[in-house]
Design a protein around this ligand. Structure first.
Ligand SMILES: [Zn+2]
Length: 112
């Protein structure tokens, strides 16, 4: 989350912003990000920065695997994670998405 703060503050400053209003974050279902805790932590590290008071908006991306046996993609259970093909039942799968964690947009403002 410190990275999110740093990226956001740098981006905002580069754009002449004095305040960050909202940060939208994409988090994969397997990224272990719990929005509630991430928000609390962000408030703590963002205190006394231009990101103080910013709203965090989380978009959860489903976890997907691709099957090495039938070649099809399927969305998997994540709680707990089940790495298995939904089409043929094979466990010979590779993760294609679900662990991403990135800032997708930052809403900035200028106080006057
Ligand atoms: Zn399969």
């Amino acid at each position: 989350m410190e990275d999110v703060l740093e990226i956001s503050v740098n981006h905002a400053k580069a754009n002449g912003a004095e305040r960050i209003r909202k940060i939208t974050i994409c988090a994969g279902a397997l990224s272990n990000i719990i929005p509630k805790w991430a928000t609390l932590f962000f408030r703590m590290v963002g205190k006394d920065t231009i990101a103080e008071g910013a709203v965090l908006d989380f978009i959860t991306l489903p976890a997907e695997v691709v099957c090495r046996d039938c070649g099809k993609r399927s969305e998997i259970e994540v709680n707990p994670p089940v790495f298995r093909c939904a089409h043929c039942g094979s466990g010979n799968v590779g993760l294609v998405s679900g662990r991403e964690f990135r800032v997708v947009s930052i809403e900035i403002g200028i106080d006057r």
